[in-house]
Unconditional design. Sequence first.
Length: 331
Amino acid sequence: MKKLLAVSCLTLAATGLLAGCSDQNSADTTATDQKTIALMISNRSNEFFGVLERSAVEQAKTLGYNIEVYDGGNDATRQPSQVEDAITKGVSAIIINPLNQDATRSVLNDAIDRDIPIVSVDTTVANVDMLARVATDNVDGGKFAAEWLVKKSGINPEELTGIIHMQGLDGHTAHITRARGFTEYLQSEAAGTAWNTLTADPQKYIRLTGDFAQDVSQSVLEAKLSALDPAGKYVIYNENDVMAIGSIGAIKNDSRFNLKNFTIVGFDGSSEGKRLVDEGEMQVTIVQDFQYIGEHAVNVLDDFLRNNTIPANADIPVEVIMYPSVQTPRG
């Protein structure tokens, strides 16, 4: 495990392009010749991308780089033009948290053709020759959540009315991998026949799309609740804590339902997610270390730009833990 930190931060709500910044007190600026790194995040209003942004900006400034930050605002159509803008400005390197593989693949390959090294963070894009991919093992995180349900939650799947899977953005690799890890484990021999059967039943395994957004997840669940049994018992697996908050809000807003009949699982380990676990409204959340991800992405680029050092392994996984830590020992 690389390292895992308890992270809390202020949510940054601004959108758009931040001006590049440089640290006049940075050491060894001549070695970097004030090169510029473009940092492209998917959505600054998400707490964890605020953490990633701050850690990357601080590390870049410490090492003597200018850095320009682009906020995709959860709009997959915006990122390609942001990459094009960075290429036009002649940046030396790009750190990107891609919103959509198909939307960004071509323009990222254009950047690489211009000898601009790219490091992806948290999510990545297939068929792009990244210098490195620094990311949480989202597949394992999804598996963690499913494994907790099967082995630690005390839930009898035959007594469950259903599982609601609150999915993130279509085409986003975080959604794809978090869904894959969760469903593959529930469909595995290790989970057992009862869980396998439940997951295979489309009437009981309900997929909703919350776009990684609180308002969207709350709205789609509120609409779905009218078709659910108020006396039933449900699990809601949310692919991030923001959607978990929306799910909880939807249940609380419907007087027919009792939150105690829902087992809420989140993903990210946000400060709000941890608070909801502590207060008993959410049962567990997967914890990621976005501070490390942002800092390490800058370090990888710095080593390449100074020394032409290519990482021995392009895939640099950041492992996940669960909060509260009730999942150990595994297996």
